[in-house]
Design a protein around this ligand. Structure first.
Ligand code: NAD
Ligand code: UDP
Length: 386
């Protein structure tokens, strides 16, 4: 492999990365990228490894020996500090991060996103190890514009909705709206990491993902996850499409999101990994401001793309409205709009997303159809027979 150069033209030394939550959606893509394109070594920590099995075996893989899986629950495992000490860099992805859990399992959500992340920060700080911590765009909460009257022209002014790392406030709902337990826990761990940087010199980077989507995200209920489970929107809508049932639009599907292709976003993370001088001390939005849709528009686009990739006809009524109380239960609330400001990541890392929403949905739904269509047919045939 030719020597890799950083953004300032210096050769990049191979490093060892302790990746916590490596078996999840983002972790699996990051491990793949690191194995295929870099000489770095990964200590992959997670309680599951199904999504990275293809990288772990057989022993004849070109990167054999550069990735090691450690089945560890960071809540209670004394091996954690030793693994952080063995690495040059720790990346923490571990978290409960599906909205259906925030209001129904708020304690687990807060423990997972704050308490369980504390030892990771402490070990990095005490051992002078660099940390890349995964936060969320949800720390911004609601936009300032959402509090203006519906007909106010200021709602169209970007100053009232663009989310900017160093100036936007974090606006959450009341405590009864337990949806915000996740955002609040993530905000507090960000503040703690920032303070460790300021008071104890911790080298940190904080990543705020804005709806990264692609293959291997979450699970399809009843196939590779619990039948009653509620994953994030990509998997919910994929599940509906695969089962030929209407897509459920929560509270009319009026919320807006920007979606970025996982493979574009992973490029940004690799730039952070390999350019510490440009990434340390920074918080980065990572999203695609050009891919904004309402959830209703997302449902329409996914239905069209799925019709194309599966060759199956569209349903007569492709979507239905459902209340958030019915879908998520008491205490749900929503972010109204999420457009990342890209100034900081452009300036520090020169990164820009490339993939349009249509293209990323086409490759993702092709994957979903190829991976799940047969299994769904079989499971549906079984349940009608019994
Ligand atoms: P994911 O659920 O697919 O991955 C998280 C992984 O962490 C899972 O494999 C899980 O088993 C592991 N994990 C959780 N608790 C653990 C523990 N105690 N010990 C060991 N492993 C544990 O989620 P993801 O989409 O890959 O997200 C990764 C990170 O990025 C999370 O911190 C999440 O909050 C953040 N994030 C992601 C998005 C997105 O668009 N995907 C958006 C905002 C924030
Ligand atoms: N949503 C929906 N139908 C579903 C799943 C989600 O309308 O089947 C909505 C949800 O209310 C939210 C948006 O889709 O407005 C995105 O949800 P997701 O779970 O992906 O997470 P979020 O972006 O809120 O963190």
């Amino acid at each position: 492999m030719a020597a890799r150069m950083d953004l300032d033209g210096r050769p990049i030394k191979p490093m060892t990365i302790c990746m916590i939550g490596a078996g999840g959606f983002i972790g699996s893509h990051l491990c793949e990228k690191l194995m295929e394109e870099t000489p770095h070594k990964v200590l992959a920590l997670d309680v599951y490894n199904d999504k990275i099995k293809h990288l772990l075996e057989p022993d004849s893989l070109p990167w054999a020996g550069r990735i090691e899986f450690h089945r560890i629950n960071i809540k209670h495992d004394s091996r954690l500090e030793g693994l952080i000490k063995m690495a040059d860099l720790t990346i923490n992805l571990a978290a409960i991060c599906t909205p259906a859990d925030y209001n129904t399992r708020p304690l687990d959500t807060i423990y997972s996103n704050f308490i369980d992340a504390l030892p990771v920060v402490k070990y990095c700080s005490e051992n002078n190890k660099r940390l890349i911590h995964f936060s969320t765009c949800e720390v911004y909460g609601k936009t300032i514009g959402s509090f203006l009257p519906k007909d106010s022209p200021l709602r169209k002014d970007p100053a009232y909705y663009i989310l900017k790392e160093d100036t936007s406030p974090c606006i959450f709902g009341s405590i009864e709206k337990q949806r915000w337990s996740y955002a609040c826990a993530k905000q507090l761990i960000e503040r703690l990491i920032y303070a460790e940087g300021a008071e104890n010199g911790l080298d940190f980077t904080i990543v705020r993902p804005f709806n990264w989507i692609g293959p291997r995200m979450d699970f399809i209920p009843g196939i590779d996850g619990p039948s009653e489970g509620v994953p994030r929107v990509l998997a919910c809508f994929s599940n509906n499409l695969l089962r030929r049932e209407p897509l459920k639009l929560v509270d009319g599907g009026q919320s807006q999101r920007t979606f970025v292709y996982i493979k574009d976003a992973i490029e940004a993370v690799l730039l952070m990994i390999e350019n510490p001088d440009r990434a340390n001390g920074h918080i980065f939005n990572v999203g695609n401001p050009n891919n904004e849709v309402t959830v209703r528009q997302l449902a329409e686009m996914m239905t069209q793309v799925y019709t194309k990739v599966s060759g199956e006809p569209m349903l007569q009524s492709p979507s239905i409205d459902v209340s958030s109380k019915e879908f998520y239960g008491e205490g749900y609330d929503d972010s109204d709009k999420r457009i990342p400001d890209m100034t900081i990541i452009n300036k520090q890392l020169g990164w820009n997303p490339k993939t349009s929403l249509w293209d990323l949905l086409e490759s993702t739904l092709t994957y979903q159809h190829r991976t799940y269509a047969e299994a769904i047919k079989k499971s549906m045939a079984k349940s009608t027979a019994s």
